[in-house]
Write a protein that binds this ligand. Structure first.
Ligand code: GTP
Ligand code: MG
Length: 402
């Protein structure tokens, strides 16, 4: 498939938490087309990481001992690695940096990486977690200062509150398991962001639209990623949407309702149909107020054969940020371009043929036969509404053994 692709995407994980996320990516995700790099001042952290390319920052001064929460040490250590950072970014056309604000290495080091990247005009996205509230005020203050330091040079800064990760986990989840889960979600979020840049063959999401909603603005981001395969049994778009809304970094449909801007990306194999794509994006949009800016993208990729993935990034600006935007009119603008339906694939439309936004709806996840498609254009085939699960449409009684 011909992609209007960016050739080399580098993902740098910095500090212990960033290195863990990169390690998770290397182990569990199909990341062969990404250039993964682990950077830390802590030798133990790097030794436990499976990524091939590693930078032990300023080993001469820190001796691989980490920065112990000292941001100035983090800053100095990375400043001494500017040359190595510049070398590793030499052919990079797109950079993603991930780490946790609150410690020394990442909080102090990320602005240095950012200045190296901006000196070279490399577009960059920073995906940084904010401390858990149980870590206390001082960590939060360090993190807030890190945000202020990074904003002037960062193209895109996405702050992901760690608290969100726990809001959907059982209170008795073991800490190790909870962190692993969090790292997996972050890895998926990073891959979802790379999707925006990797191919731009369909619809409108690209770096500049992404940048227009986040450039030098302080905002909190929530991520939802839902994947479903045809073999999962029910309507795969329905399932992917449900899973997207339930994913830990999203925090439920309310996050979409309260967002100032939402980016929706749909990825599927060559078997993804325009009708599926249109319907899923319409339903996802039905949870978003009409005044929210929505950027929609869709990709097809052979790696997603038989699979649909729906990703949402909900962005809520800090108080005062939305109104101080350099592009206030964009908050009202909607960039959804509806796909052109090729001959022979016309949709059977219900009443809402104009494709207008639907009213914002509550999410009926259970016990309603059409599930989240209840407010959407019916998809009628041979007189049957295909949004109703097959077993209900065919009136099959499932024996639950009761
Ligand atoms: N999601 C997630 N966040 C983590 C994890 N470990 C730490 N954090 C968060 O990341 C912040 C920074 O911690 P580290 O990554 O250990 O800090 P560092 O950048 O290595 O800095 P120093 O150790 O001081 O050199 C913490 O305050 C936590 O909020 C993790 O495993 N998963
Ligand atoms: Mg550390």
């Amino acid at each position: 498939m011909e992609h209007n692709a960016i050739e080399k995407i580098t993902v740098i994980g910095i500090g212990r938490s960033g290195v863990k996320i990169i390690d998770t990516m290397a182990r569990i995700q199909a990341t062969s087309r990404l250039h993964l790099v682990a950077v830390d001042t802590d030798k133990d952290s790097l030794d436990s990481c499976a990524v091939a390319e590693k930078i032990l920052a300023d080993s001469g001064w820190r001796h691989g001992a980490g920065c112990g929460g000292d941001v100035i040490k983090g800053q100095r250590s990375l400043a001494r690695e500017r040359g190595r950072l510049a070398d590793l970014l030499r052919d990079t056309t797109m950079l993603i940096v991930v780490g946790g604000f609150g410690g020394g290495t990442a909080t102090g080091g990320v602005p240095i990486i950012s200045s190296v990247a901006s000196d070279r005009n490399i577009p960059a996205v920073y995906m940084m977690t904010m401390p858990f509230s149980f870590e206390g005020h001082s960590k939060l203050r360090i993190a807030e200062d890190g945000v202020k330091e990074l904003l002037p040079t960062a193209d895109i800064l996405m702050c992901l509150p760690n608290d969100l990760l726990f809001s959907v986990m059982e209170a008795n989840t073991p800490a190790d398991e909870a962190f692993l889960h969090a790292d997996i979600e972050m890895s998926r979020a990073i891959l979802a962001v790379t999707e925006i840049f990797r191919c731009r063959t369909m619809l409108s999401a690209d770096f500049s639209s992404f940048r227009s909603v986040l450039h030098r603005r302080k905002g909190v981001c929530c991520f939802g990623i839902g994947t479903a395969m045809a073999s999962d049994g029910l309507n795969r778009c329905h399932l992917a949407l449900e899973r997207m809304l339930q994913s830990p970094l999203m925090g439920g449909a309310d996050q979409l309702k309260s967002a100032n801007a939402v980016i929706l990306i749909m990825t599927g194999g060559k078997d993804m149909q325009l009708s599926e794509m249109k319907k899923a994006l319409e339903v996802a949009e039905s949870f978003i107020p009409p005044t929210t800016r929505v950027i929609v993208g869709a990709n097809t990729d052979d790696a997603y054969a038989d699979t649909i993935q729906i990703t949402a990034i909900a962005i809520r600006y800090e108080k005062g940020e939305a109104s101080s935007s350099a592009e206030p009119q964009l908050l009202q603008e909607k960039t959804f371009q509806r796909p052109v339906t090729p001959p022979g694939q016309e949709l059977m439309m219900g009443d809402n043929q104009s494709g207008d936004l639907f009213e914002q709806a509550e999410l009926p996840l259970q016990n309603i036969s059409k599930g989240i498609f209840v407010n959407s254009t019916p998809f009628i085939f041979n007189g049957e509404d295909l949004d109703i699960p097959t077993f209900q449409r065919k009136m099959i009684i499932i024996d639950k053994g009761e």
